[in-house]
Ligand binder design. Structure first.
Ligand code: SF4
Length: 427
């Protein structure tokens, strides 16, 4: 245990205080990522190999949406499997065979590992290779782990995208430079960014994941990757191993973050300043207008982040710099120092960042600080609301399109909503 080990300032330039905590955690597991990923890759299917608990989690997490035919399911590991009476691989082959027969439109099947499949050491990567050979060329089968053992919920997306990287075609050595935007974005956001890049003159732009399994982008030494999400450590590493180079940037949240993110790409592709300004000025103006009414509601209010989504640092930067909020504590499950370097440099000096979690101590600090707004997971929100604290579910920030100029107002509104609701109740 290393609870409250003070690490001191991380970077003399940014002057934030980073501490690490190790203890009890309260976060969703990586299975949750399926809820937004299955909407993104339209001909993929996610088969969780897990318990009834996993099936229940994924169904209730997705229960906020209505599906004609969901693109995920759970193959339940039951007592016979656990007792070794049934051969798990035979069972899995049978389930996959039935699934593909019933859903011939599936082109990409993810076998998603869970705590139970890890505990019984079911080798899903070998199962995926075997099934891929059998079902090729119509269906490709990949595997990744969404287990809650040592992972938080956005790491499910990281693991899923990292599993795709070895399947991406190799770009020719002399291929033109190409921009690869990495991280699942809502289609509407992706289209907005594609338009802005085109207006800047960057027309070779691809997105990972692609909307169709057969359209995954190629990768090679011509690839310049721009991360759209701050939780993609494994995916970025896998892409770098295939020759891609990362463009250092903050994340496209808020007017300022979006401009800096686009500017990093523009600089990497040699876009002239006037062309960049012409391409971004209308969006920037719209974002500024949309944000303006929320400054009065959020400015001067105190916000406390529990570690949950790994979006906490960019969100804290947005709330502090653009909305004028005071940061009481910014918890994050994991802090990727280099991917977040630009974000850390933008936080006010002295910001308290806590990496990892020791739940009871953090709850005590939160109660003692009595912030105006607490951003946390679903499991903590109800008890904190019952104690009189206004909360925002961090998972909503993954389900809602929040990146880019035209979503900046929606992003601010997500934080203003609990405060407005509370004011109405008090009235
Ligand atoms: Fe629970 Fe683990 Fe299944 Fe997630 S993967 S629902 S943490 S049992």
């Amino acid at each position: 245990m290393n609870a409250h080990a003070p690490l001191g300032p991380f970077d003399a330039n940014c002057g934030v205080e980073i501490r690490q905590e190790r203890g009890q955690r309260a976060v969703f597991c990586g299975l949750t990522g399926i809820v937004w990923l299955h909407r993104k890759i339209q001909d993929a299917f996610f088969l969780v190999v897990g318990s009834r608990t996993c099936a229940h989690l994924i169904q209730s997490a997705a229960g906020v949406m209505i599906f004609a035919e969901p693109r995920f399911a759970t193959a339940i590991i039951d007592e016979r499997d656990l007792a070794g009476i049934a051969d798990m691989n035979d069972e899995l082959d049978r389930v996959v065979g039935r699934l593909i027969e019933r859903r011939p439109e599936i082109r990409l099947l993810f076998l998603v590992g869970s705590c139970p499949s890890e505990v019984i050491k079911l080798d899903l990567s070998r199962a995926a290779q075997r099934l891929s050979r059998e079902l090729s060329p119509d269906v490709r089968v990949l595997s990744y782990s969404g287990s809650g053992i040592e992972t938080t919920f956005t790491q499910g997306e990281d693991a899923c995208l990292a599993s795709l990287v070895p399947t991406m075609p190799k770009a020719a050595a002399d291929a033109e430079p190409e921009l690869l935007v990495v991280g699942a974005l809502a289609d509407v956001v992706e289209d907005q960014f594609a338009r802005i890049f085109a207006e800047m003159g960057i027309d070779r732009v691809r997105f990972l994941p692609a909307r169709k399994a057969g359209e995954m982008p190629s990768v090679g030494s011509n690839t310049r990757m721009l991360l759209a999400q701050p939780f993609l450590a494994d995916t970025a590493r896998a892409l770098e191993e295939r020759g891609a180079r990362r463009i250092a940037a903050p994340f496209p949240l808020g007017a300022e973050g979006t401009t800096a993110w686009l500017k990093a790409a523009a600089d990497a592709f040699g876009v002239e300043a006037p062309r960049f300004e012409a391409a971004t000025a209308p969006g920037l103006r719209r974002a500024e207008q949309a944000l303006s009414p929320y400054r009065a509601m959020l400015g001067g209010r105190r916000v406390f982040f529990f570690p949950d989504s790994q979006l906490e640092i960019p969100l804290a930067r947005f709330l502090s710099r653009e909305m004028g909020m005071d940061l009481v504590e910014v918890g994050t499950p994991y802090l990727h120092r280099s991917h977040l370097a630009d974000e850390l440099a933008w936080l006010p000096p002295g910001t308290r960042i806590v990496e990892g979690q020791s739940l009871d101590e953090q709850m005590d600090r939160c109660r003692a600080a009595s912030p105006d707004l607490t951003v946390c997971g679903l499991g903590l929100a109800n008890p904190l609301e019952a104690e009189g604290l206004a909360t925002k579910w961090s998972i909503e920030l993954l389900f809602t399109p929040i990146q880019g100029y035209d979503q900046a107002g929606d992003l601010a509104e997500l934080f203003a909503r609990p405060l407005v609701r509370r004011t109405r109740l008090e009235v």
